[in-house]
Design a protein around this ligand. Structure first.
Ligand code: ADP
Ligand code: ADP
Length: 232
């Protein structure tokens, strides 16, 4: 369960202050797929940075599964962040490493022994449908395959929450659908809580249970997808 209470984020710039997020209150339930939708500049990226502790709110608190991540730092924050994984629009893979070594990377950092690491990487490669591509390099993969590697890497350390930052925005519609189906499958199989930000209504309609609509830093509507976006 993720709880944002009275969240505001104000950036100070040389031209004054910018309120990126304003008075946001949200509860995201364990095991749901929650979407945050809005146009460019609405505050979505700021929200995701607040959720993974990369950014501190100016006011309010962010609580992820019992841990108030808005008020911790250093080792404590690093530890909490191991349970919060992320995938990206441009995949953020290591280009000089193979598929298997990209996925093994967070396991290496966590100090998982080699034999265990290899077993885990094999499972993850199967889970995301990349069997046989272990030794390929990212440059040899399609966009959709690259995102599958990103997903496998994000799942390596058994996170409690997966944050998706415009994860399908660089993909064509067909590939987008196959990645969304994979996320849906992972959500069902692992019971993983997924929070995604997007500017695409299609993404929300296809996999989200609930949604928050952001405009100029504020949540202007939230609830079940079917209720928020019902046709008149
Ligand atoms: P979105 O992801 O929906 O496009 P953002 O969270 O990136 O929205 O941005 C919301 C607002 O905050 C925008 O006006 C943006 O220019 C501003 N903003 C975002 N990050 C920073 C920053 N690091 N410094 C100053 N202003 C920022
Ligand atoms: P796709 O075409 O599937 O969307 P790209 O190959 O364009 O994926 O890669 C997405 C991102 O990765 C882009 O920001 C691009 O600049 C960067 N990128 C692609 N190939 C390399 C590479 N060999 N080394 C470093 N960055 C790369």
């Amino acid at each position: 369960m993720i709880e944002l209470k009275n969240i505001s984020k104000i950036y100070k710039t040389k031209n004054g202050e910018i309120t990126a997020v304003k008075d946001v209150n949200l509860s995201i339930h364990q095991g749901e797929i929650f979407g945050i939708i809005g146009y460019s500049g609405a505050g979505k990226s700021t929200m995701i940075r607040l959720l993974n502790g990369l950014e501190k709110p100016t006011t309010g608190t962010v609580n992820v599964n019992g841990q108030e991540i808005s008020s911790i730092s250093g080792n404590k924050l690093r530890q909490a962040r191991q349970k919060i994984s992320m995938i990206f629009q441009h995949f953020n893979l290591l280009w000089s490493r193979t598929v298997a070594d990209n996925i093994a990377f967070p396991l290496e950092i966590a100090g998982v022994p080699k034999s265990e690491r290899e077993q885990r990487v094999k499972e993850l490669i199967d889970l995301v449908g990349l069997s046989g591509r272990d030794l390929a390099y990212p440059s040899q993969l399609s966009g959709g395959q690259k995102q599958r590697v990103g997903i496998a890497r994000a799942l390596a350390n058994n996170p409690e929450v997966l944050l998706c930052d415009e994860a399908t925005s660089a993909l064509d519609p067909e590939t987008t659908d196959s990645i969304l189906e994979l996320l849906l499958d992972i959500n069902k199989r692992l019971g993983l809580t997924i929070v995604l930000i997007t500017h695409e209504m299609h993404v929300i309609r296809k996999i989200c249970h609930r949604v928050a609509v952001m405009e100029a830093g504020q949540v202007v509507e939230s609830g079940e997808v079917l209720q928020v976006f019902q046709n008149p």
